[in-house]
Design a protein around this ligand. Structure first.
Ligand code: CU
Length: 316
């Protein structure tokens, strides 16, 4: 998933702190739970009918004060130094003005260039000055673990250094009106040379492309009949590629000799137009041998039935 990638230095750092705290929590949860169960059994009334008064134990008390203290201080130290790091942009960072408005993001670079998606050079720091023209918005790049509010009174700043080529989501995290959920954009991380070619390339320099973008699966154009059969639920039980499912596959169906049961009697029929129509509209009339009589009757308009039957004939 896009957001799980660590695409910037701060992503690596904040994940490290997160898993450190999380790991400690899990370890203590297990430790305390196991100890508690042990004590419940060991000191139950049956085994231990008479409670004893226990006097303090200096050594133990020091131990269970000092160890947690050190652990807490380590969490504080680790968290604080990373926070510091994430707040302090390096001096050579390029400054980009980020403007939020209902319901879009726009980016302006030092030389005045503007864009709707944020272009960023790989392994170079980029500082963001985040403003809003109207209500409060939240600038969030999950893959960078980078999040900062855009508030009306002043600019908030943050920075990142992208460590991975590709295209990553930008989201708004503050409910900012009806189209809040559509307030999306992308950070496109490209090699520095490609970024410079665009940045210094004047008005009509082509937009840099995400070079090593995660390969986008190319959705094969859906045949309208396939879309229809998906919508009607047919393809939950039937495949069009030969794979056996709850029902027989549609591949190579037309023209085939099919063994069926008609009113309990075994017959062999040739799959033709009439058979297909009957199999779809009255599935119980003849049931394919080896399959349960479990196909439901699905109401279809005459046009839809024609479309499906026409398509099934083409599946050689
Ligand atoms: Cu918003």
């Amino acid at each position: 998933m896009d957001w799980m990638k660590q695409a910037s230095i701060s992503a690596q750092k904040s994940d490290a702190v997160f898993f450190y705290v999380f790991g400690l929590s899990v370890a203590f949860l297990l430790f305390i739970t196991v100890l508690m169960i042990y004590f419940v059994i060991r000191y139950s009334r049956k085994r231990h009918p008479k409670a004893e008064q226990i006097e303090g134990h200096m050594g133990l008390e020091v131990l269970w004060t000092v160890i947690p203290l050190l652990l807490f201080l380590s969490i504080f130290y680790y968290g604080w130094t990373n926070y510091e790091y994430m707040r302090q942009a390096p001096r050579d960072a390029m400054e980009v003005k980020v403007t939020a408005r209902q319901w879009a993001w726009s980016f302006q670079y030092p030389n005045g260039k503007q864009s709707k998606v944020l272009y960023a050079p790989l392994n170079k720091p980029m500082k963001l000055e985040v403003r809003t023209l109207d209500v409060i918005h939240g600038f969030f790049v999950p893959a960078f673990r980078l999040k900062i509010d855009a508030v009306p009174t002043h600019a908030n700043t943050t920075w990142f250094q992208a460590t991975r080529l590709g295209s990553y989501d930008i989201e708004c995290t503050v409910i900012c009106g009806v189209d809040h959920s559509l307030m999306l954009s992308k950070v496109i991380v490209v090699p520095e040379a490609a970024f410079k070619a665009w940045y210094f390339g004047g008005e009509d320099a082509p937009a840099p492309q995400p070079v090593a973008a995660p390969p986008q699966p190319v959705a094969p154009a859906l045949h309208p009949a396939v879309a229809l059969m998906t919508a009607k639920g047919c393809l939950a039980c039937h495949s069009v590629d030969g794979k056996p499912m709850v029902g027989p596959t549609f591949k190579g169906l037309f023209g085939k000799r099919e063994a069926v049961l008609v009113a309990g009697a075994a017959r062999t029929v040739t799959v033709d137009d009439a058979y297909l129509r009957q199999a779809i509209q009255a599935p119980m009339k003849s049931v394919v041998r080896g399959y349960p009589p479990s196909m439901p009757v699905t109401p279809l308009a005459a046009k839809e039935l024609d479309e499906i039957v026409g398509y099934l004939k083409t599946l050689k």
